[in-house]
Design a binder for this molecule. Sequence first.
Ligand code: ATP
Ligand code: MG
Length: 426
Amino acid sequence: MNLIAKRIRGMQDLLPVKSKEWETLEKIMKEEAEVYGFKLIRTPVLEQTELFERSVGNESDIVEKEMYTFKDKGDRSVTLRPEGTAGALRAVLENGLNNSPMPLKLMYISSCYRYEKPQSGRYREFFQFGLEVFGAPSPLADAELICLAKSILDRLTIKDLSLEINSIGCKECRKKYNEAIIKYFKENEENLCETCQKRLEKNPMRILDCKEKSCINISKNAPVILDYLCEDCEAHFGAVKRYLDVMNIKYTVNSKIVRGLDYYSKTVFEFVCELESEKITICGGGRYDGLSKIMGGPELSAIGLGMGMERILAVMEKQKIEFQKPESIQIFIANADEKSKEKAFELCEIMRKSSIMAECNICERNLKSQMKYANKINVQFVLIIGEEEVQTKMANLKDMASGKEIQISLEEDFIKDFLNAQFNFE
Ligand code: ATP
Ligand code: MG
């Protein structure tokens, strides 16, 4: 085939079998979050570029090199959202939802766009399930959000999962900590990768997040943020850990977790899945109490998380966790001749109005080909309508698995007879 255009690199088509899995996954996530009081929000895929520059942070990987930014026809710089939090908070502030009774709990499933090198688990278009809780500065909110994430992942029966938590303190703690790590990394500067040498000036904590071997090695003995927490941040982190203990949720404290985005403060966490000795982050989140002010809004405490949908599905596939298969068509209503075509179509519509998955002969095949087609699509029942059936208003319902036939009425009792017949075949 010589197609005039192909799919864009790093983006995926979601075909019917997979999309049924997505639907199930989305349903489970939404159901769990609803129990915790979350409501759905949808925001535009395009935002003004400044929104991400200011919130995600100019020195983050995302803003530095991963954004799909372009000029629209009005010469305004716009960006395809690389993550969901900034847009969600913008929508909250712009629509005055910050004046509603707190806490405000929002969820979304959004496509995100990042110009990254495509590889397994890393796409240029991917989907995030996001949860954001506004107006609850208490560590209880942190623990509650982590409980919810855990119950979603548990319901999906994902195995070999661990929760890693850390606190990256507030501005004050980070000021002191940054001085200490700048001093430490300066002494080892020549062994840092090029990117990290630049980070040393602008955002030294991100060095801890670097995946280069040499940087990982140097980071091992770097000063630890937890030793620099102020009283308030330390108490907050202590409480989060206590609440998780009470809820019997196991975690490890990993002082290297700083998260990729600049807007976090205090609690940060990741759910990591170990798969064939590789560690895959499937969920990441944290507190971002300062972001509202940065965006020009009032003080508004916030905590949120993002789950990578593709990564969760990839892990489930590797762990052989199965979703139910897409349902096959229940009944095919065949027409034996040209004259019965309309009656078959009409009966098919009656079936659908009763939520029965029915198909009729819209490809206008002859009867033999219709039967072949019905076999191919694995339909449970076939009803053949011909001249005689139209006249007698009775027809034979065939159970495709057993080959047995039962006569049903085509009049008022049509649906009732069909439903009863299903039991009689068993
Ligand atoms: P990583 O360190 O893997 O690049 P990140 O810190 O950039 O992750 P976040 O910005 O926290 O990731 O995004 C939240 C979640 O979205 C991640 O935990 C991951 O599951 C998923 N994710 C991030 N980038 C991609 C991508 N390019 N393709 C698919 N999923 C992604
Ligand atoms: Mg990334």
